[in-house]
Design a protein around this ligand. Structure first.
Ligand code: HEC
Ligand code: CU
Length: 329
C-alpha cells in the first residue's frame, strides 16, 4: 500500500522518530481530499445531467430545506477536521518538545553556509549526529532569515537573526542525508546545502557509507592535525572544509563571492578606502576574525566573522594551507 502511495506523492526515505506520523497524517489528508473531490465533482456532474433542462418540461417546485441532511454534512466534516487537528497537534507538540537529555549542537547560519558547533569544541560544515539519540539544535543566524530543513527527518525550522530558535529529532538509522536552507536568502541560497551524517554508536554499526562511529569522528573533528599525523597545511585544508570557506573562496585562482586563496599570498592587494596592503599572516588572521576591517576592492563585505569559533591553532593551519597552494616562485 505504501508503495502505491509513494507513486502518487514520492517522499524521501524516513529517518526520524516522528517521520512516520508526519507522513501518515499527510496521506490521510491527501486521501480524504481525494475521496471528497471525486464524490463532490462526481455528484455535481451527475446532477447536471440528470436535472438538465429538457424542452417542453417545466421544472417541479423544489423543497426549500432538508434539515437532517444539512446538519449532517456540517457536523460530520466538523468532527473530521477536529480529528485532523488532534492528530497534527499531537505530532507538533512532540516535534517541539525536546527530551531533557538531548545532545545539544549549536548551529550558525550565514549567507551562505551552515556551521555546526559541538559541546566538545569541534566545528564542522556538516551535521554529524549519533544514531538513536535525541539531538537538539540551538540555532542562530548571522544575517538574514534562513531555515534548516532535513527532509528525511521531516524536520524544518526557521533561523531568525537576533534570537535562538530550536528544533530536535532522533535519527533511526545511520547514513548520509540532505540538509539545506529552505528560506530564500539571496543570490547563493542554493549553495546552502550540506549533509547530515548519522553515525553508529559502536563498531558493529559501521558501513561503507559511514565508516566512523560518532566518537571516532569527534576525536578527529576536535583535532584537524590528528595528533601530528597531518602536516599543518593538510590540517588547514581540513579546517577550510569544516568551516565552509570554499563556498566563497576558490583554491584555483578563480573568483567566487570572495577572492581566491591562490595567487595573492605575499603580494600587494587593493583594499577599499585604504590602498595597497601586503597579504601576509596577519592579514589572513585579521580577515578571519574581523573580515570587514579590510575589504578587498571589487568585493562586497559578505564574509562572516569566525571570531570565537576558530581556535588560534586552527588559524595557523589555515595560513599554512593558503601558503601551500601558492604558485612556485
Ligand atoms: C560567505 C562567503 C565567505 C565565507 C564563508 C568565507 N569568506 Fe573569506 N571572504 C569573503 C569575501 C566576500 C571576501 C572579500 C571581502 C573582504 O575582504 O571582507 C573575503 C576575504 C577573505 C580573505 C582576504 C583575502 C584577500 O585576498 O583579500 C581571507 C584570508 C579569507 N576571506 C579567508 C576566509 C576563510 C579562512 C574562511 C573560512 C574560515 C572564509 N574566508 C570564509 C567571503 C567569504
Ligand atoms: Cu539560507
Amino acid at each position: 500500500m505504501s508503495d502505491l502511495l509513494n507513486l502518487i506523492t514520492p517522499f524521501p526515505e524516513q529517518n526520524s522518530t516522528f517521520a512516520e506520523s508526519v507522513d501518515s497524517l499527510y496521506y490521510f489528508i491527501f486521501w480524504l481530499s481525494a475521496v471528497f473531490f471525486v464524490l463532490i465533482i462526481g455528484l455535481m456532474v451527475y446532477f447536471m445531467m440528470k436535472y438538465r433542462r429538457v424542452e417542453g418540461q417545466e421544472p417541479e417546485k423544489s423543497p426549500s430545506h432538508n434539515t437532517p441532511l444539512e446538519v449532517s454534512w456540517s457536523v460530520l466534516p466538523g468532527f473530521l477536521v477536529l480529528f485532523i487537528f488532534a492528530w497534527g497537534f499531537n505530532t507538533y507538540v512532540d516535534m517541539r518538545t525536546p527530551p531533557n537529555d538531548a545532545y545539544e549542537i549549536n548551529v550558525t547560519a550565514s549567507m551562505w553556509s551552515w556551521q555546526f558547533g559541538y559541546p566538545t569544541g569541534a566545528v564542522d560544515g556538516e551535521l554529524h549526529i549519533p544514531v538513536g539519540t535525541p539531538v537538539k539544535l540551538i540555532m542562530q543566524s548571522k544575517d538574514v532569515i534562513h531555515s534548516l530543513y532535513v527532509p528525511a527527518f521531516r524536520a524544518k525550522q526557521d533561523v531568525v537573526p537576533g534570537r535562538y530558535s530550536g528544533m530536535w529529532f532522533e535519527a533511526t538509522k545511520t547514513g548520509k542525508f540532505d540538509l539545506f536552507c529552505t528560506e530564500y536568502c539571496g543570490q547563493k541560497h542554493s549553495d546552502m546545502i550540506t549533509k547530515v551524517v548519522v553515525h553508529p554508536l559502536n563498531k558493529e554499526g559501521v558501513t561503507e557509507e559511514v565508516s566512523q562511529t560518532f566518537d571516532e569522528w569527534m576525536e578527529i573533528a576536535m583535532d584537524p592535525a590528528e595528533g601530528g599525523k597531518k602536516t599543518p597545511a593538510e590540517a588547514g585544508q581540513k579546517v577550510v572544509g569544516m568551516f565552509g570557506c570554499l563556498q566563497c573562496h576558490s583554491v584555483d585562482g578563480s573568483k567566487k563571492v570572495g577572492p581566491s586563496f591562490k595567487g595573492f599570498f605575499g603580494k600587494e592587494v587593493d583594499i577599499t578606502g585604504v590602498g595597497k596592503v601586503k597579504m601576509d599572516e596577519n592579514y589572513i588572521r585579521e580577515s578571519i576574525l574581523e573580515p570587514n576591517a579590510k575589504v578587498r576592492a571589487g568585493f562586497d563585505p559578505k564574509m562572516p566573522s569566525f571570531k570565537g569559533n576558530m581556535k588560534d591553532e586552527w588559524i595557523d593551519y589555515v595560513i599554512a594551507y593558503i601558503k601551500s597552494i601558492q604558485d612556485e616562485k
